[in-house]
Design a protein around this ligand. Structure first.
Ligand SMILES: Nc1ncnc2c1ncn2[C@@H]1O[C@H](COP(=O)(O)OP(=O)(O)OP(=O)(O)O)[C@@H](O)[C@H]1O
Length: 330
């Protein structure tokens, strides 16, 4: 379990993390979301004792990170863009890390195999591609077989196969009863990976709920209907309070009415249906909606983030209004 209590971190007059209280439970993948500059990496650094809070408390498995006698055995972490600048081979890099905590060679071999680096384990880690570097970072995080994992953007640099691999791995680790806390900007990926979400904006908590609930709360449910009698159906549904938007391909997008009711009304009136598909909103649309107020850098006024090259800040722009969200099947 991970606990943050009134966590607050200021850099000069900038409050990066603002009175943040949340708990990350074991047994499920918890996604950590927020627009650029929301304070995700800072929060993770505070949890890992790499920075000191101005106020509040962060505990992992009930204790402060810095009080853990063998931290790698309790918590494994992958921090964003952590390149391994080393002339050592991947194997020796992991072995050196393992030896600091009394972890044996057998476990080094195990994690190398687990992350799919067996074929390149003797190669210089400093020359690894971004994706291989991510896998090596994940191997390091798993070295101590920890109960808690804190992963900052683990999907960064991975190809589609790698993305599916990390998703499966995180879900497997969670099913084993571990606490998996993962930040990402890839909403579609988080929608299928994380069961629970903690969302922050400008350092403050915006949501702490299931992924399902997060999407339901801020996007409108839609029903996609196709009928050879689209006009008649539109009349039937609007008379019962639904809103119906036709599209040029003959599909009707129905809001303010659930799919079963659409089907029942069509049957009662003898209207033939060729398609009746309930669609939920996307996590991306829900995220845009709920974080709209807390976007740090809007399009056009994006300053460079500290340490980033000019223009590197990725703006998160507010979405256009209306139920334009693409439906997303899980
Ligand atoms: N060492 C630092 N010195 C000064 N300001 C900092 C420092 N680290 C972070 N900040 C500021 O704190 C805020 C939160 O940054 P942080 O990197 O934690 O956000 P983030 O949610 O991880 O962003 P991103 O999604 O872009 O990685 C930002 O405004 C950032 O500029």
């Amino acid at each position: 379990m991970i606990e943050a209590e009134n966590l607050t971190k200021r850099y000069g007059d900038k409050t990066a993390v603002d009175d943040l209280t949340f708990t990350v439970q074991p047994g499920r993948v918890t996604g950590f979301l927020g627009p650029n500059g929301a304070g995700k990496s800072t929060t993770m650094r505070l949890l890992l004792g790499l920075d000191r809070p101005n106020r509040g408390d962060a505990r992992i498995a009930g204790v402060h990170y810095t009080d853990l006698p063998a931290p790698l055995r309790v918590v494994g972490a992958l921090l964003e863009a952590r390149a391994v600048h080393t002339g050592r081979s991947a194997y020796n890099h992991l072995l050196a890390l393992a030896q600091t905590q009394g972890i044996g060679r057998k476990r080094v071999d195990e994690v190398i195999e687990l992350v799919g680096l067996t074929g390149v384990a003797r190669r210089r880690a400093g020359g690894f591609s971004l994706g291989m570097g991510q896998r090596l970072g994940i191997a390091a995080a798993l070295l101590g077989d920890p109960d808690v994992l804190i992963l900052d953007e683990p999907v960064n640099g991975l190809d589609p196969e790698g993305i599916v691999w990390i998703r499966t791995l995180m879900q497997h680790l969670a099913r084993e009863g571990r606490t998996v806390f993962v930040s990402s900007h890839l909403m579609n990926e988080m929608a299928v990976t994380a069961e629970h979400l903690i969302v922050i904006g400008r350092g403050r908590l915006i949501a702490d709920c299931s992924t399902e609930e997060f999407i339901e709360r801020s996007t409108e449910k839609m029903v996609i209907v196709r009928s050879p009698e689209a006009d008649r159906l539109t009349g039937v549904l609007t008379a019962e309070g639904a809103k119906v938007a036709p599209s040029p391909d003959g599909l009707l997008t129905v809001t303010h009415m659930e799919a079963p009711r659409v089907g029942e009304l069509a049957a009662a009136e003898g209207v033939v249906l060729h398609e009746l598909t309930p669609k939920r909103g996307s996590l991306e649309a829900a995220f845009m909606e709920l974080t709209r107020e807390s976007v740090e850098y809007g399009a056009g006024d994006a300053p460079a983030l500290p340490g980033a090259p000019p223009g590197a800040a990725v703006p998160v722009a507010a979405p256009p209004a209306g139920p334009a969200a693409e439906g997303e099947n899980r």
